[in-house]
Design a protein around this ligand. Sequence first.
Ligand code: GLU
Length: 294
Amino acid sequence: MSIPVFRFAPSPNGHLHIGHALSALLNYEAARQMGGRFLLRIEDIDQTRCTPELEADMLEDLEWLGLEWETPVLRQSDRFDAYRAGLQKLSAFGILYRSVLTRSEIKQFVADCVEEGNDWPKDPDGVPVSPNDGMVLSDDERIERLSSGASYAVRVDMVRAMRYLKSSLTWQEAGSSLDALAEAPHPVSCDPSQWGDVVLARKETPTSYHLSVVLDDAYQGVTDILRGKDLYHATSLHRLLQQFLGLPSPVYRHHDLVLGEDGKKLSKSTRSTSLRSLREAGSTPADIRQLVGL
Ligand code: GLU
C-alpha cells in the first residue's frame, strides 16, 4: 500500500492566523501518525496580493510552530503551463465558455431579478451564482466585446457539464481529528450544480483556486486532503473537475474552523489572531497548540 501524503496549502496574501496553525499542525501530525509525507504548497496564483515578503513571513511562522516539510516546495506561480493544459483538456469537452460580463453587470442583473420578486440562487458560500452571458447580453454584444479585447472569465457551463456525467458523483469523507484518522471513509453525494457557472480562469490568469488545487493535489500524489470545513461544499466542484480531467480522487477530511469572538471565520487582516502578533505578545508554539485544541 502506498503511504499517505498530506499537504498544507496556504496563500501568502496575508499573515497566518491560528486557524492556519490548526490546519497546518493537523496535517503535520496526521502525516506523522500515519507514517506518511507532509508537503507544503504555496498557493500564490494571485500575484497582486501574494508577495515574496509575505511568503517569507509565512515560512518563518511555520518553522516557528515546529513544522518540517519536504523541499523543494511547490509554488503555484510556477505551474501556469500545467493549468493551461488542464484548461485545454476541459475545453475539449465543450463545457467552458468565455464570459464577458463585468462584476457590476452581474450584480445589477441579480438585483433586478430580486427586485422583480424572483428568487436568484446563491452558491454554498452565500454568493449569488452568475447569470449566463446570454441572459444579459445579445450574441452580437458578446462577440463584439471579445473581438475588441475585453476582459473575460473562463466559466464552466454547469448545465452542460452535468449533462455529460453518466452517473452521480460522490467523494470519500473521513475523520479529521487525530484520533479519528483510521476511521473508514464514507461517501458524500456531490452537488456541483449549486456552484453555477463557476470561474476557472481569467483572461490574464490561466487558473483559479478550484482548477489549480485539483491539478496540484493530483500532481503531488496527495492522498488525504485535510482542510477547513469552509471548503466542504467546494469538494463537489473538485470532484467534478477530477472526473473530467481523469484524476484520482483523494480522501477528504474537513476540520472545524477556529472562529473569532464574533463567531465568524478568522480573517488574515485581523491582527489579534495572527501568529506573528501572538508570538510578539509572548506566546510559545506550545501555547498555540493548546489554543487550537491540540
Ligand atoms: N489556499 C487555500 C486556502 O488558503 C487552500 C485550500 C485547500 O486546502 O484546498 O484556503
